[in-house]
Design a binder for this molecule. Structure first.
Ligand code: ADP
Ligand code: TZD
Ligand code: MG
Length: 583
């Protein structure tokens, strides 16, 4: 096709004077044409020059130390911007390193494009042992929403357009785009090249819900005596913040934010039932899910959590589900009123038709308020303690204050106890500020998320990281320092995974869950010119966080946490299989 395009070029100019372009430039032009102006990646054959040229063209090219972290950065950039985050990797091993993040993006419904260079098709397909040989397209396919390969320069425009549409339309997800080495240098007529590019129009078209589905949903909602609204990260992603707030307030129902939907409405909103979670899940008679799946994070919508008698029993409530995926309804329990469409359109349709609504019965609102009051009082008491050594609560009491004083800061969080305690203690005030381990409970997103959050938002980033969680992406502190990003990392150092107290019963090795005692993660930061602080008390932690935010310097605070303070697997201890055979 490159040859065909050459032949089609205007006959007016003599062949040797015609302006030419190549694969490198066409990919760059196609990205820019579609507003994709940031790339997260790792350089190497065959994409080193591509990265250089992209940078020279004004695209922001952020180089990482490992592709997985670049991929996580791209995935969360997709969540934050509603545009596909772009990750760029080299062939085989680089591609595989990026693939975890692509699968993560797909699982979490984040739009992302993994662009990977690949080796010579002729050699790969004959399995003749090329440099970094691998059939990448075949491997990517089951792990993403769509996968494409471009063989001809003239198809670059269409290839990228297909990738963008697949990533952001319908339920967003990860897309793989395979670019073999030969493509980059392929030459074609510049004018024909420009004409071959596609500016994608309306990449994620509104999906309007059917009027009878809207009516059905409102009938169910209005019939509720004990309504509950659950906001998921799909609702946060939709950027329909005002409409969602209006619907929640109009309904008067208590709402429960899933982890990454915290702050969509402030955690301090009077209708927020975060502090009465177990009560509202168990006792609500109608539950409206807005961009949240009834997966493991919501106990599959059944069982004791939901007031069911047994482990798998339905609790008797009715569900309304707003989701862009028509296949999501009934995935775990019966959905009485599925409302299929994009959240913005669904919520707008509900608001338009809702008319007058009476507030939920006082009995229900009082029961929720009572429960909240009790739990908040208990938490306030716990947070006021100042034990030695510092524990999760006394450290997080500081983080909570700092976030309250800096509500625009982006907040990254991963770990087990370091995640669960933080999620319940640190309130969020604005939409899309909290980004965390997501649907898989994945460790390793931390530093990639920090870089993308800083780059996308231009705001201060605060990260609360378990010491194990941090280790998965720790080397990227160099990246944070290199780009001089305003990132303040707090490592909750309890000497290990969950706790630092396990022992090898044979006495030979350290236990599988423990790390070097008293490790100084702050010194890693100093190695790259960032600020490192060791904080053994809440006062030291507060001072260090305040200084980090004031100075905007890359900072890592090693928060020394009581190694006995955590619990196995944080809040999900029960998911650990138990041995059938007793010792
Ligand atoms: P959480 O983990 O917060 O409960 P999930 O990731 O389980 O959230 O669910 C998010 C849901 O939101 C997915 O089912 C996805 O299809 C849906 N979704 C994502 N984007 C949109 C959108 N723009 N409009 C409607 N639904 C969306
Ligand atoms: N690997 C990956 C990619 N994701 C995971 N979730 C795990 C392993 C298993 N895992 C958890 O689920 S939490 C966790 C691991 C290794 C680390 C917990 O230790 P931490 O947090 O130091 O980060 P706390 O505060 O000590 O509990
Ligand atoms: Mg730990």
């Amino acid at each position: 096709m490159a040859e065909a395009a050459l032949k089609e070029s205007p006959a007016s100019a003599p062949e040797d004077e015609r302006e030419l372009t190549d694969g490198f430039h066409l990919i760059i032009d196609a990205l820019k044409l579609n507003g994709l102006t940031t790339i997260y990646g790792v350089p190497g054959i065959p994409i080193t020059d591509f990265g250089r040229m992209a940078q020279a063209s004004g695209i922001r090219v952020l180089s990482f130390r490992h592709e997985q972290n670049a991929g996580y950065a791209a995935s969360i950039a997709g969540f934050l911007t509603k545009k596909p985050g772009v990750c760029l990797t080299v062939s085989a091993p680089g591609f595989l390193n990026g693939l975890t993040a692509l699968a993560h993006a797909t699982t979490n419904c984040f739009p992302m494009i993994l662009i990977s260079g690949s080796s010579e098709r002729e050699i790969v397909d004959l399995q003749q042992g090329d440099y970094e040989e691998m059939d990448q397209l075949a491997i990517a396919k089951p792990l993403c929403k769509a996968a494409f390969r471009v063989l001809h320069a003239a198809d670059i425009g269409i290839g990228l357009a297909r990738a963008i549409r697949a990533a952001v339309s319908g339920r967003p997800g990860g897309v793989y785009l395979d670019l073999p080495a030969k493509l980059f240098g392929q030459v074609m007529d510049a004018e024909a090249g420009t004409k071959s590019l596609v500016k994608v129009i309306d990449a994620a078209p509104a999906q309007i819900p059917a009027p009878d589905a809207v009516k059905r949903a409102l009938d169910v909602l209005k019939g509720a005596k004990r309504p509950l609204i659950i906001l998921g990260k799909g609702a946060a992603y939709a950027q329909a913040d005002d409409a969602i707030r209006a619907l929640v307030e109009k309904s008067g129902a208590p709402f429960l934010p899933m982890s990454m939907a915290k702050g969509l409405l402030s955690d301090l909103h009077p209708q927020c039932a975060g502090a009465a979670r177990s009560t509202v899940l168990k006792d609500a008679d109608v539950v409206m899910l807005i961009g949240a799946r009834l997966n493991w994070l919501l106990s599959h919508g059944k069982g004791k959590t939901w007031g069911g008698k047994g482990h798998k029993d339905w609790g008797g409530q009715k569900f309304i589900q707003l989701d862009i995926s028509p296949q999501e309804a009934d995935s775990n329990v019966r959905i009485d009123a599925p409302l299929v469409g994009d959240i913005g359109s669904c919520v707008a349709a509900l608001l338009k038709e809702i008319g007058s609504v009476s507030k939920p019965p006082a009995e229900w609102l009082n029961a929720v308020a009572e429960k909240k009051k009790g739990n908040v009082a208990k938490m306030t008491e716990t947070l006021a303690k100042n034990p030695t050594p510092m524990n999760f609560h006394s450290a997080l009491n500081v983080v909570r204050d700092i976030v309250k004083a800096n509500p625009d800061a982006m907040f990254v969080n991963e770990g087990a106890n370091a995640l669960d305690f933080t999620r319940s203690i640190v309130d969020m005030y604005k939409p899309r500020k909290r980004i965390d381990v997501g649907t898989w409970g994945i460790m390793g997103v931390g530093m990639g998320y920090c870089v993308a959050a800083a780059v996308v938002s231009g705001q201060q980033v605060i990260a609360v990281e378990g010491d194990s969680a941090f280790g998965f992406s720790g080397m990227e502190v160099e990246t944070v320092c290199r780009y001089d990003l305003p990132v303040c990392i707090v490592v909750m150092n309890n000497n290990g995974v969950y706790k630092g107290t396990d022992q090898d019963p044979t006495g030979r090795d350290p236990a599988p869950t423990v790390f070097v005692k008293g490790a100084r993660y702050d010194r890693l930061m100093e190695a790259f010119g960032g600020v490192g602080v060791n904080a053994a008390t809440p006062a030291e932690l507060r001072k260090a966080m305040e200084e980090a935010i004031r100075s905007k310097k890359p900072t890592l605070i090693n928060a020394v946490i009581d190694e006995t303070a955590g619990t196995e697997s944080g809040r999900i201890t029960s998911l650990n299989p138990t041995a059938g055979k007793k010792k």
